[in-house]
Design a binder for this molecule. Structure first.
Ligand SMILES: Cc1cc2nc3c(=O)[nH]c(=O)nc-3n(C[C@H](O)[C@H](O)[C@H](O)COP(=O)(O)OP(=O)(O)OC[C@H]3O[C@@H](n4cnc5c(N)ncnc54)[C@H](O)[C@@H]3O)c2cc1C
Length: 450
């Protein structure tokens, strides 16, 4: 964002809306799991979310698909993220809101489609069951610090005005590392040369003829290739077009949002975001017209939903005590301080294509462990960072940013907050064995047996 000078704001006293053991910023998979784990441990917990619903990119950016819950373990598909993720899946099953896992990326891995409104409902129910207080329509806007290394309160803006939420431990699940950034924790952006993963705007089509569209997942990328040979230029090469829970509805991941200079639209630049929203919707329309005119079964389809927001894959990655790397992903790394696992391959969204890299199949166990150190940021003592803004290299992030590992990191962060408070130590000084024992007791899989 280009700055054009500054104005002076009057100093002010900000009223305190509440004091909590644990304050979580952001209600995506990481924030849902973090707050549920802290709340279920008996900690007074508040979850601050700028929208009026939970799910993060999984609902607000229209994903409708859990990646990273499964791994290809020596050639066999297996669910490897458990714990709170299981509870969400079970609740979704109860209201008929989730499909059986399906083959993804050429059958090398599985993913699982869900109904997005069902996900919003079960996330509400889960948090209420865990006695978490959700604070919707509140955007985190800054922090007040107790000392250089300790956060005192998160400042939120809402229709009710500005307010402070005091906490003992804070968990940044904003996806963008907002809270860590305000507190002064170090972070990285992009690949070091200014390139971030490219965002996409997703949309859903309704009134698709399920029988005639049956082969569309494979056919549509081929139709796009043929059109490209005749000179057509699409926003990106290839498209992921999939039936939803009810196959008269299909979702499309077919756009790629660049700034006019070709760089990725930044999710932490409000002017670029504004440009990107309009460009994303324009691309949705362009791609929809192509599907409707070329793909059997889509002739009478219409766009039922363009995701409420552009889907941001990558912004800040908050530097922790360890950075998960591509080498760790492809080498199925083990860590003494494992708090969960990730089986998703490297999925890099580049300027013109999506680059996928798997750990060797079937030779490898197909997942890496996630070390506790990646959710413990440097410099700030009462902060944990879970989800896509946790500590990873640019390439490592292309894998461990998806929902499965975000659930695992979130559960570990919420549990670590409880145990740290119990032990009277900062999260970085927590005895990791006690955390591992609690996570396993609570159903999480740490991948120690393979
Ligand atoms: C186009 C696209 C397609 C994808 N496809 C898949 C897929 O099919 N399957 C999959 O598993 N993953 C997919 N991903 C990746 C996945 O969505 C995310 O990486 C994952 O949702 C990250 O979870 P998170 O909890 O860390 O953050 P997010 O899901 O980004 O959630 C962050 C939450 O914090 C809130 N928030 C942020 N800042 C503030 C603030 N200052 N104040 C208040 N609230 C705030 C946001 O509103 C949001 O609800 C995709 C991503 C994109 C962009």
């Amino acid at each position: 964002m280009e700055l054009r000078g500054s104005v002076a704001e009057p100093a002010r006293q900000t009223r305190i809306l509440g004091e909590y053991d644990v304050v979580v910023l952001g209600g995506g998979p990481a924030g849902i799991a973090a707050s549920a784990a802290a709340g279920a441990s008996g900690r007074s917990t508040i979850l601050v979310e700028r929208y009026g619903f939970l799910g993060g990119a999984g609902t607000a950016a229209g994903l409708s698909n859990f990646c990273g819950l499964h791994a290809n373990v020596h050639g066999e598909h297996r669910q490897v993220v458990h714990g709170i993720a299981d509870e969400i899946i079970e609740r979704l099953k109860r209201i008929d809101g989730i499909n059986a896992p399906h083959a993804s990326l050429g059958g090398k891995i599985q993913a699982q489609m869900y109904d997005m409104d069902a996900y919003k409902l079960v996330a509400d129910e889960l948090l209420l069951a865990c006695k978490v207080k959700p604070l919707f329509h509140a955007i985190g806007a800054g922090v007040s610090m107790r000392s250089e290394r300790e956060i005192d309160a998160v400042l939120v803006e809402s229709k009710s005005g500005r307010a402070a939420l005091r906490g003992r431990i804070f968990i940044d699940c904003s996806g963008d590392g907002d809270l860590a950034h305000w507190a002064g924790a170090p972070y990285e952006l992009g690949d070091g040369a200014g390139n971030m993963l490219y965002p996409s705007t997703k949309f859903r089509m309704a009134n698709v003829d399920p029988a005639r569209a049956a082969g569309a997942r494979e056919l549509i990328p081929k139709l796009m290739e043929e059109a490209e040979k005749k000179g057509r230029v699409f926003p990106r090469r290839g498209a992921i077009v999939r039936p939803q829970r009810h196959p008269i509805e299909w979702s499309a991941n077919a756009t790629l949002i660049k700034n006019p200079d070709g760089s990725a639209v930044s999710g932490i630049d409000v002017e670029q975001l504004s440009y990107g929203e309009i460009e994303g919707r324009r691309q949705c329309r362009e791609m929809f017209e192509f599907f409707r005119s070329e793909a059997p079964g889509f002739e009478n389809a219409y766009i039922v939903d363009i995701a409420p927001q552009i889907g941001i894959r990558q912004t800040r990655r908050v530097t922790g005590e360890y950075r998960l790397s591509e080498r760790d992903i492809l080498g199925c790394a083990s860590f003494e301080d494992a708090i969960g696992v990730n089986g998703w391959p490297v999925e890099a969204h580049l300027a013109d294509r999506v680059l996928i890299k798997f750990a060797p199949i079937p030779e490898s166990r197909g997942f890496n462990q996630l070390p506790y150190r990646m959710i413990v940021p440097r410099r700030i003592d009462n902060l944990l960072v879970a989800g896509r803004c946790a500590s990873m290299t640019h390439d490592g992030h292309s894998s461990a940013r998806v929902s499965g590992p975000c659930f695992a990191m979130g559960q570990a962060a919420g549990t670590a907050a409880d145990l740290s408070l119990k032990a009277g130590v900062a999260p970085r000084a927590l005895d990791v064995r006690s955390l591992q024992a609690r996570l396993e007791k609570d159903g999480a899989y740490l991948g120690k047996d393979l």
